[in-house]
Design a protein around this ligand. Structure first.
Ligand SMILES: Cc1cc2nc3c(=O)[nH]c(=O)nc-3n(C[C@H](O)[C@H](O)[C@H](O)COP(=O)(O)OP(=O)(O)OC[C@H]3O[C@@H](n4cnc5c(N)ncnc54)[C@H](O)[C@@H]3O)c2cc1C
Length: 306
């Protein structure tokens, strides 16, 4: 089922047709408050009452010309201004391919630097998502250059990739801001662990290595981008054993998933940030959310026709 859903996520024919259907638009509401940024900002205002901060991303991947990438960068500059005017503790997370990475790496770097500089004016982190494994090395090298000029930037690392423990060690001296996730793409056995138990074990190992880096004096900021509360609790207990405070990591979860846990963790004094996605190009992203938990397909069908 997971493979089928991830195949559907990549299928061009489906991508062009499915999102136009009214019942599909209705189903996606579970994971997305609306296609426009205003809906995402409104949702973030509501979370503030629960002590949950926010993070925003406009859905969409690989652009085909630089004019599209320029428009995405301009859009995010506008979004940063809106976050500020609403007084939100909100951050922005971008995909390099949406900012032109396939076409012109230098122009993409200039875009991301501009966004990072604007985010820095109000003490915000600018996050860079991690995409399929073909982009891993390029994205990490990109982040090394970005971090050298803009300290307020963070990168997503995927625990399912076999290379990640080495990437953690490579980035530690930079005082990195890392959002650690399990990984959302269909990857081959040669580059990624396939079994859930293996990925979970890698996740804990990478998180603990980053916390140990923090303990050793590197300026690490760690975001645990997972809904796996069992793993969060295991990492929290190792963090306490290291003598680090509860605020040494931030839990980052997606809008609409485990909201009860997001509220509970925030009420217990953990830092919790909710990633709210919006935009018209939601189809592949939505299919990856279904693939993460195939029982969601049943919820989706209920929402479509219920
Ligand atoms: C803030 C954030 C940013 C992310 N950024 C990236 C990125 O840049 N690159 C990337 O490859 N991946 C990214 N991801 C996705 C990530 O890689 C996983 O695919 C996703 O988080 C699901 O894995 P999990 O860690 O929640 O663990 P799982 O083992 O998949 O889930 C643990 C438990 O959480 C619940 N759960 C998980 N997913 C769902 C769901 N879709 N619907 C309902 N319940 C669910 C279930 O109860 C499940 O048992 C991001 C995730 C988050 C939270």
């Amino acid at each position: 089922m997971r493979r089928l859903l991830l195949w559907m996520a990549r299928n061009r024919w489906l991508r062009e047709r499915l999102p136009k259907l009214w019942f599909a638009k209705r189903a996606v509401r579970r994971f997305m408050p609306g296609e426009d940024p205003g809906s995402a900002l409104d949702a973030a205002v509501k979370f503030r009452a629960d002590g949950i901060t926010s993070e925003f991303t406009r859905l969409g991947e690989n652009v085909t010309n630089m004019a599209e990438a320029d428009a995405v960068a301009d859009h995010y500059l506008g979004l940063l201004a809106d976050i500020e005017s609403r007084g939100l503790d909100g951050e922005v997370s971008v995909k390099l391919t949406q900012l032109g990475y396939d076409l012109d790496v230098e122009a993409t770097l200039a875009h991301v630097q501009r966004l990072a500089a604007t985010a820095a004016e109000n003490g915000r982190t600018l996050w860079v998502d991690m995409e399929g494994s073909a982009y891993a090395e390029g994205t990490i090298a990109f982040y090394e250059r970005l971090k050298a000029t803009h300290d307020n930037t963070g990168l997503c690392l995927q625990a399912y990739l076999r290379r990640t423990p080495a990437d953690v060690q490579r980035l530690l001296p930079l005082g990195p801001r890392i959002r650690l996730v399990k990984g959302a793409y269909a990857e081959s056995e040669s580059v990624a662990f396939q079994k859930r138990a293996e990925v979970d074990a890698e996740y804990v190992k990478d998180a603990v290595a980053l916390l140990r880096g923090l303990k050793d004096g590197h300026a690490v900021k760690l975001g645990l981008g997972t809904h796996d509360v069992r793993l969060i609790e295991e990492i929290a207990s190792q963090m306490t054993a290291m003598g680090l405070p509860k605020t040494s990591f931030e839990v980052q979860m997606l809008y609409g998933i485990r909201m009860d846990q997001q509220r509970r963790l925030a009420s217990e004094g953990y830092l919790v940030r909710d990633l709210i996605a919006y935009g018209e190009a939601w189809y592949p992203w939505y299919m990856r959310r279904l693939a993460e938990r195939p029982v969601n397909v049943i919820f989706a069908l209920r929402q479509m026709f219920g």
